[in-house]
Design a binder for this molecule. Structure first.
Ligand code: BG6
Length: 495
């Protein structure tokens, strides 16, 4: 258990707020959004007047809502929380029924918000994106969108370039770009943020961060779980849209972008946009060679049978991919010819996410044994534990000539920092409250990401790309995109 810091974090002025969560009784709200606000409050960061308004489509039943929420509040690694803290927090939570997005159904919400005209209103859309337009129009018709209002959009923001543009057009009828927060929770993860510090606060790495020194970059986000209770959403989306279009591309951007001139939101986002625009689009030939999609089939876990994807979604047939691996290139000066290998999937061996910067081998091997010298690797582990490792060749002690092996220099976050690490949602929600858009996607970034993703989806359709079946609990068919001499480092380094 982490030690709770005594100092209250209150570096910035926060304006009093109401956060209105549409889809307030949904899974994301209960498991992530509401507990995130609770934790920030416990840390003393929300020491200002605020309320949370959960919008539900059914008649509110406060008691059962609390019963659903409390276990997630209690699942806390804070030392200092008690029943009283939970009760205090629950008093700030108001549940309002609004079955449909109509002026009539929003009248209770309007009445509540009008009681606090001095507060900023944050509208958090945790609903399917088809509801974004109607909600926005109704908020506008009710006169609830003010200059100080903000809107938070949960993914997926559409299912194609065209639909994401259409969603944006609906939102911008009421909100300006500086009021829109498109959330990607990967950007709120501690290690992902540390990537910026690692790259731009250390001279050592930045100097070697280019095609001259780096052989390949690999990003793996492996999940051990299947589709759980989200079968109908997932079956329409698949791994490419669920994970690559947002999370993996954002990680790629942070690895590949040029140093921004400052940390301001638009400076960072301008650099990320350049990377997205430089991604090499796919064609029929390259999509066959440099991408693979897969679907999990029956597997085993500790001698129990694990369902196939079709069993999980209760269908006889589905073309949806639960795994994808892609080799791509960032066509600019810095990254010329360096492959970026991306891989993600459900029901893989374990929950395991990391970025590997695989450096080139030494220019000339002076050691007589001619035993292969492993390339240096910088491994940034995002989960389950947060750690950075630098793999370097080391002499094995003893007489009789040089023998060497790769050893990891480790920075383990847990050993170095005793504080509790806030969850990604905690940081992002606080950034919304204080109006910092750095960790949120701008519309032009989103469009550039969709454009590249569509070069994959359209060519998959054109070549009738099949799913390669992989056993649940395996590494998936990622090897299909490798060329001679290439390997997935995660696998080769650990096993
Ligand atoms: C979500 C996806 O955005 O990210 C899920 O919709 C996925 O399918 C999840 O499981 C992974 O997030 P994390 O933080 O657990 O890696």
């Amino acid at each position: 258990m982490k030690v709770q810091t005594k100092n209250k974090i209150k570096q910035e002025r926060f304006q009093a707020f109401n956060i209105v969560v549409f889809g307030g009784d949904g899974d994301l709200s209960i498991r992530k959004i509401l507990p995130a606000i609770f934790h920030r409050d416990l840390d003393g960061q929300l020491d200002i007047p605020y309320n949370i308004i959960a919008i539900t489509r059914k008649e509110p039943d406060l008691h059962s809502f609390h019963n659903k929420l409390i276990p997630f509040l209690e699942e806390s690694d804070h030392l200092k929380y008690s029943k009283e803290e939970i009760e205090k927090f629950l008093k700030k939570l108001i549940i309002i029924k609004a079955e449909n997005p109509t002026v009539n159904d929003y009248s209770d919400l309007r009445q509540f918000l009008e009681k606090h005209p001095e507060r900023q209103n944050i509208f958090y859309y945790s609903t399917p994106s088809s509801a974004f337009g109607p909600i926005t129009q109704t908020l506008k018709a009710c006169g609830l969108v003010k200059q100080s209002s903000k809107v938070v959009l949960e993914k997926p923001l559409g299912h194609s370039l065209e639909s994401s543009i259409a969603i944006n057009a609906e939102i911008t009828q009421a909100f300006k770009e500086h009021q829109i927060y498109r959330i990607d929770h990967y950007l709120g993860k501690e290690t992902v943020q540390n990537l910026m510090v690692l790259r731009f606060a250390n001279n050592l790495f930045e100097r070697a961060w280019n095609a001259e020194n780096i052989e390949s970059v690999q990003i793996t986000v492996a999940e051990s779980l299947g589709v759980e209770k989200r079968a109908s959403y997932y079956d329409q989306s698949g791994a490419l849209l669920d994970m690559v279009q947002n999370h993996l591309l954002q990680l790629l951007c942070l690895v590949a972008m040029e140093p921004p001139v400052a940390l301001e939101a638009d400076e960072v986002r301008n650099e990320k946009l350049k990377v997205l625009k430089a991604l090499r689009p796919f064609n029929k030939k390259t999509v066959l060679k440099d991408s693979v999609k897969g679907q999990y089939t029956i597997g085993k876990s500790k001698s129990n049978k694990v369902n196939s994807y079709l069993e999980d979604i209760e269908k006889y047939e589905s073309k949806t991919e639960t795994f994808v691996a892609i080799k791509t290139y960032v066509d600019n000066w810095r990254w010329k010819g360096v492959p970026f290998l991306l891989r993600t999937g459900k029901r893989m061996v374990k929950r395991y996410s990391e970025i590997v910067i695989n450096f080139k081998e030494v220019k000339h091997n002076i050691f007589p044994s001619k035993e292969k010298l492993n390339n240096n690797k910088l491994i940034i582990r995002l989960q389950p534990e947060e750690r950075i490792e630098l793999i370097q060749m080391t002499k094995i002690p003893g007489p009789g000539g040089y023998r060497y092996k790769p050893i990891a220099l480790k920075l383990d976050y847990n050993d170095s920092f005793k504080e509790r690490f806030p969850e990604a949602y905690e940081r992002l929600i606080v950034d919304v409250i204080r109006g910092n858009q750095t960790l949120f996607m701008r519309q032009d970034e989103l469009q550039a990401a969709w454009k590249w993703i569509e070069s994959i989806t359209t060519n998959w359709t054109a070549v009738n790309m099949p799913n390669v079946l992989y056993e649940a609990g395996s590494w998936g068919p990622g090897d299909n995109i490798l060329e001679d001499g290439e390997s997935w480092i995660t696998k080769s380094w650990r096993e």
